[in-house]
Design a protein around this ligand. Structure first.
Ligand code: MG
Length: 202
């Protein structure tokens, strides 16, 4: 399986990092070795001094497809989840300055904690709230209505370039409020009022 991530999908997050609004979705990948499941602890890596949390809504692909029309995109997923796109912001900033790829800054071991997946049917995907608490304090709050590119548009765009396969996971971008995590922090993620994950930074 592959992990496909969307960058710069919320205007206020683009502003907080001083980036430009993209003409098309910004896509990058993480390897499957980045995954953490079942509330496994995240071990702070020794190569970074600035790991940021980015809480993101996830979509799990349920069947293979390529060049998918946006109007049929919803047939390719039944389940959503919540995850963190951990980012070594110091490494990413160096890479961006030099025009180099983000792979290590975004794809390192444990950089993709994910929740269990739940049926999308119980939610309004066009107006869905999600949030991240760090040490019981709300740090990020997002709503899918603020996405620049919605899930169906993302699936259509990505599938022009990459064949989507059953089990692939899409990280749909982070809202504003990203910031550093520290050893000892507890991260809890919610879709609406439903607790999706709860793990520690060690
Ligand atoms: Mg992200």
């Amino acid at each position: 399986m592959k992990i496909i991530c969307i960058g710069r999908n919320y205007a206020e997050h683009i502003e907080e990092l001083g980036n430009e609004k993209p003409e098309n979705p910004v896509i990058f990948l993480k390897p499957d070795t980045a995954l953490l499941r079942k509330n496994e602890a995240f071990y702070y890596p020794g190569f970074s001094e600035e790991v940021h949390h980015e809480v993101e809504l996830l979509v799990k692909i349920k069947r293979e497809g390529k060049s998918i029309d946006p109007k049929f995109a919803s047939k390719y997923y039944d389940e959503i989840g919540l995850g963190i796109d951990f980012t070594a912001r110091d490494l990413q900033t160096q890479a961006k300055t030099k025009g180099l790829p983000w792979d290590l800054a975004k794809g390192f071991n444990g950089s993709a904690p994910i929740s269990n997946f739940v049926s999308k049917d119980q939610f309004d995907l066009a107006n869905l709230s999600f949030s991240l608490k760090v040490n019981s304090e709300v740090r990020q709050q997002g709503n899918t209505s603020l996405m620049l590119y919605n899930i169906d548009v993302i699936i259509a765009y990505v599938s022009k370039f990459l064949t989507l396969k059953t089990g692939d996971i899409i990280f749909t971008g982070t809202p504003k409020g990203v910031g550093p995590v520290n050893i000892g922090d507890r991260l809890e993620g919610y879709i609406e009022d439903m607790k999706m994950f709860d793990f520690e930074v060690k």
